[in-house]
Design a protein around this ligand. Sequence first.
Ligand SMILES: [Zn+2]
Length: 327
Amino acid sequence: MAFDEVLGHEQARDGFCRALKRGRIAHAYLLAGPEGVGKGLLALQVAATLLCPHSGIGSSASAEVGKCGDCGSCHAVNSANHGGLQILTPGEGRGIDLGQIREMIRFLSLRSGERRVILIEPTERLAEPAASALLKTLEEPPPGAVFLLVCHRPAQLLTTIVSRCQRVTMGPLAREPFLEVLAGRQVDHQLACRLYQGTGGRPGAALSLFEAIERCGGEQRFRAVIASPPEDPRDLVAISTEDGGKPDRDAVLATVGLLADGVWAFRGDDPAGRRLAAERATLLAQVARHVEWSGSPDLALEAAAMILSALDPAELRFRLPRSLGVA
Ligand SMILES: [Zn+2]
């Protein structure tokens, strides 16, 4: 099957395969599903296929549709340097802004009619004016343009944007393809099983957690950090960023997400251990939501440290929102 760099996700891959083979390409796709399941990777494969002159799109004669992987176009996509592909991601500490969408519109006005691909990830990080400008473009898409909108939280998108897109839903991976992805990245099998447990089958999240573990100096040290957090909660961001990383909103969001996956991955196997880990992971997810809705990153880290060290985190449940400065 084409898109074989993406493991699992047969339904999504097959859907793209059939559409491209028939040459029936929608002007916009919404790849929706939890963070870290492989949506971005599939989107990039689809972009490469759309741009590769040897992909066999629309030719029922060719047995397979897919990028050749070998031509100038495929190499250019791989090195993020293709004149027909624009990738929009949030800048450091901010969303995807109007300036980026204007730049994209300018890009689309060049070489009109030729195939050009716009990949936006994650689409829910579009700032409000940027989202409106994108919607306008989706309403009257320039010929040849294909939009690939990667989105972890489609409920946060304008429904008018969602309705302009063909939706491709991607869920967590089954255990087997998940373990295959991690084995391909030289993650020890036993740890990979833990990471499957911790992330519920999201290989991207598992690899981030693996990096965090490595950054801490191994599994034992990582477990020690989450069992007894550092005195200054701001030191917690060291698990998600290289030395010198600032505890800004994005770093804190990443850190809290890693902590939630981490406590769940390394939970005790007895019912009490599972209950405690579930309680901690749920509260950490709640803290992450507060940060997303512009809660204070510093308070979030303080709360995370409280959650990790509390013997009875359930007791914190009603105190946390206030300590985060959210009414
Ligand atoms: Zn090619």
